[in-house]
Design a protein around this ligand. Structure first.
Ligand SMILES: NC(=O)c1ccc[n+]([C@@H]2O[C@H](COP(=O)([O-])OP(=O)(O)OC[C@H]3O[C@@H](n4cnc5c(N)ncnc54)[C@H](O)[C@@H]3O)[C@@H](O)[C@H]2O)c1
Length: 433
C-alpha cells in the first residue's frame, strides 16, 4: 500500500521501517527537518536496535522516503498513519497540540484529494479525542465529512523501546477502532500479515485499551517491586517469590480476577492483605500500592451503595450475598456489610442466594454462619426468587444466576425496577465485534 506516516519519532520510525521492509511504500512526514534528512540519508533518528539497517534497506529499495511536505505525502498515498507525540502537560493532562497540528497540516491536501483517504490515529490519546476533537477539526478544516469523504480510525501501537522491531512483528494483537466496519478495511489490509488476533472495536475503546494496558504494566512493576521489598526485609528471595507467583497461570497470570463488577470480599483477601501490611509495618515498611487496595475496595463498595441510594427506593433485593458463583461462605462478604448499612438507614432489604441452602438458614447454625451472621441471614434471605424479585424496587446482581434461574428472573423483571448489574457490567457501549 502507499502510506504516509506523520511523526518520525520512536514509533513512527519503527512503523515506517518495518512497513517498508514488508513491501509498502512509505512517505514519512515530520516538521523536524533533521529527522527528515536522516531518514533520506538512510539513517535512523531513533535509537533502536535493527532500525539503521532497516531504514537503509528501505531507502535502497526505493520504498521509504521522508519529507516536510504533507501535501505531497497525502497525494501519494491512500492511508495516513499519525504517530506524532502526545506528551503530558504539567497537570498530567494529555497535550494534543502535535496531533491537532498534524490534522491541520494534512487538511489542505485532504480537502482537494480526488480519492478516498483513511486517517489512522496511532498516537496515544484519551477516549473521545478522535470523536470529539480530531474528527470535528478535520471536518472543519476540509469542509468534508468523515462519514462520507474520508475515514478516521484508531490503531494504537504496543511496541516497547529496545525491542520495538520484534514487537512490531509480533504484537499481542492488532486493535482497529472504527465507526463503521468499512472504515477499518485499509488498516486491516495493512496489518493483515501480522501473526496476531485482530479486534475491531469502537474508536473510544481503541483509545482506552492503550491506557488500560500501560496502567496494568505499571501496576505489575510496582507490585513486583513492593513484593521484592517485603521479601528482602523478610530474608526471602524476591525473584524466587515472583517466579512462584508467575508459575500459577490459573489464578495469577490469567483473566481471573480481572472483571469489573463486585467489590472483593470473602474469608481471605481482606484478612491476608491486612496481615501482610501489618507485618510490613513491623519491619518498618509501608508499601503504598498494597496499602491502597483495601481503601480502593471500600470506595468501590461505597459506589455500589451510592447507586442504591440514588435510585431513591426503599425495597432492595440482593440476588446473591457473595460475588463468587458456587460460594455461600459469607465471612468478609462485602454484600453483608452493605446490607447492614442499608438496614441501619431504614431500607427494607431482601436477598436470594442459590448457593446458600434454605435449610441452613431457617435455624442458622453458628458453625455455618459465624460472627453473629445467623439472625441477619434469617431476616433477609428468602427461599423464593419469585418473591425476592416481586417485592423489589431495586435489584443488585453480584453474581450470575444459574441459567434456569436467569430465565425465571428475566420473566419476573418489571420495567419500573432498577437493576444494578455487577456480574455482567457493561458500559454504554460494548465492542462492535
Ligand atoms: N515510545 C514508545 O515506545 C511508544 C509506544 C507506543 C505508543 N506510543 C505513543 O506513540 C506516539 C508517538 O510516540 P513517540 O515516542 O514516537 O514520540 P516522539 O516524541 O519520539 O516523536 C514524535 C514525532 O512527531 C513529530 N511531529 C510533531 N508534530 C508533527 C506534525 N505536525 N507533523 C509531522 N510530525 C510531527 C516530532 O517532530 C517527532 O519527530 C505517542 O502518542 C506515544 O504515546 C509510544
Amino acid at each position: 500500500m502507499n502510506v504516509s506516516l506523520f511523526g518520525l519519532g520512536q514509533v513512527g520510525c519503527v512503523t515506517a521501517a518495518c512497513l517498508a521492509r514488508d513491501g509498502h511504500r512509505i512517505i514519512g512526514v515530520d516538521r523536524n527537518l533533521r529527522r527528515v534528512e536522516m531518514i533520506n540519508a538512510g539513517k535512523s533518528p531513533a535509537l533502536e536496535p535493527f532500525l539503521d539497517a532497516l531504514i537503509a534497506q528501505g531507502r535502497q529499495r526505493g520504498l521509504l522516503e521522508a519529507t516536510d511536505d504533507p501535501e505531497y505525502a497525502l497525494h501519494e498515498s491512500e492511508i495516513s498513519l499519525l504517530c506524532v507525540g502526545s506528551p503530558a502537560k504539567e497537570n498530567g493532562q494529555i497535550d494534543t497540540f502535535q496531533i491537532e497540528q498534524a490534522c491541520l497540516d494534512l487538511s489542505p491536501a485532504l480537502r482537494t484529494l480526488q480519492r478516498y483517504h483513511t486517517i489512522v490515529i496511532r498516537s496515544t490519546v484519551v477516549p473521545g479525542t478522535t470523536e470529539n476533537l480530531l474528527i470535528p477539526l478535520l471536518e472543519g478544516a476540509t469542509g468534508r465529512s468523515a462519514s462520507r469523504d474520508f475515514a478516521v480510525c484508531v490503531n494504537p501501537e504496543f511496541l516497547r523501546e529496545g525491542t520495538a522491531v520484534a514487537d512490531f512483528d509480533s504484537p499481542p494483537y492488532t486493535i482497529v477502532g472504527q465507526n463503521r466496519e468499512t472504515d477499518g478495511l485499509p488498516v486491516r489490509r495493512l496489518f493483515a500479515a501480522l501473526p496476531a488476533p485482530l479486534f475491531q472495536v469502537s474508536l473510544r475503546m481503541a483509545e482506552m485499551i492503550k491506557y488500560a494496558n500501560n496502567a496494568f504494566h505499571a501496576l505489575k512493576v510496582a507490585f513486583a517491586n513492593e513484593m521484592g521489598m517485603l521479601s528482602q526485609a523478610m530474608g526471602l528471595d524476591g525473584q524466587e517469590l515472583m517466579d512462584l507467583l508467575c508459575a500459577d497461570t490459573k489464578l495469577n497470570l490469567s483473566n481471573y480476577y480481572l472483571r469489573p463488577g463486585a467489590p472483593f470480599g470473602g474469608a481471605c483477601l481482606s484478612k491476608d492483605l491486612e496481615a501482610v501490611l501489618f507485618h510490613g509495618r513491623q519491619l518498618g515498611l509501608q508499601p503504598p500500592l498494597l496499602g491502597a487496595i483495601l481503601p480502593s475496595n471500600e470506595q468501590h463498595q461505597e459506589r455500589v451503595l451510592d447507586q442504591i441510594r440514588k435510585a431513591a427506593r426503599r425495597n432492595i433485593t440482593f440476588l446473591g450475598l457473595t460475588a463468587k458463583k458456587g460460594s455461600g461462605d459469607l465471612r468478609g462478604s462485602a454484600f453483608v456489610t452493605m446490607i447492614r448499612e442499608l438496614l441501619e438507614s431504614g431500607y427494607i432489604v431482601r436477598a436470594f442466594d442459590e448457593d446458600i441452602p434454605w435449610d441452613s438458614v431457617r435455624t442458622p447454625d453458628p458453625a455455618i454462619f459465624p460472627d453473629g451472621l445467623g439472625p441477619l441471614i434469617r431476616d433477609v434471605l428468602s427461599p423464593s426468587l419469585q418473591e425476592s424479585v416481586r417485592l423489589a424496587e431495586v435489584i443488585i446482581r453480584p453474581k450470575p444466576l444459574s441459567s434456569a434461574r436467569e430465565q425465571e428472573f428475566l420473566a419476573l423483571l418489571r420495567p419500573e425496577q432498577t437493576v444494578i448489574e455487577l456480574a455482567h457490567q457493561r458500559g454504554r457501549e460494548g465492542p462492535q465485534s
